[in-house]
Design a protein around this ligand. Sequence first.
Ligand code: ATR
Length: 270
Amino acid sequence: MTKLLGVIGDPISHSMSPLIHNGWLRDMGYDAVYEAMHVPNGTFDEALETLARRDVMGINVTLPHKQSALKAALEVSDAASKIGAANTLTYLGQRSWRADNTDAPGFLSALGQVNPDTEHVLVLGAGGSARAVVLALVQAGCRVTILNRTVAKAEELAGTLGSDNTAYGSIDQYKEYCSQATIVVNTTSIGYDGKTIELPEGGDRLFFDISYGKISARQLAHAQEMGWRTKDGLSMLVAQAAFSFEIWFGEKPDFDAALRRCTNALKAIS
Ligand code: ATR
């Protein structure tokens, strides 16, 4: 029987996860299909019931259900528990699920080699996405500073997921910290409003915006003008998908093929 996989969220029509996973399923010859499912706020548990009846194999979970996914799971991975959110559910049978979070390893894999002895990473933002980013960086042994508009959220994040090498403060101080950092990661949703964070000279340091497409385009163009090396969130999106796929099938899919498909799809709509 054809196995069912998918992603649930609201909104969901923009999701590139079906493109990524169906490409892998096809290339690797699995008899499975990956669907985007529109599940409005407040209907998450019902959706899980329906999926259990359809004998689903696993699902990805995106906004606004990442916390609900954690609560609904019988088994929870260490990363999902620490982050307080799950993006991957695996069906265990008998209406039971296992929750994982592949955003943290996905971010680290997209970031590439980091040297914890020399890296000082400035994380802008302290929302849901920042939690995965901070956990990954702290586990990699990096020195991290978290700056946020609401300082209390940066303080809470540094307190719960940080190490002795983690600091926090107000986003108003970002220029001062930008000059000290070796890597800057933007997790804020400022780009959604068409705004950009004005950067100082980059001097070939890395500016990683975890958004992609039109949302990050203006910010990354500015960063490049200021001499930063840049990375957008597309490689993180594909890497977190690859870790989910590996959880479900026990096999690593082709990262580069999926990244190419996503890049082409984004070009086609821009
Ligand atoms: P996500 O799940 O994508 O991380 P989120 O949890 O809503 O989204 O977090 C959005 C982040 O962008 C937060 O850190 C938010 O700051 P606050 O915690 O103070 O709300 C930040 N953000 C959004 N708009 C911003 C703006 N105009 N200026 C500065 N920070 C902003």
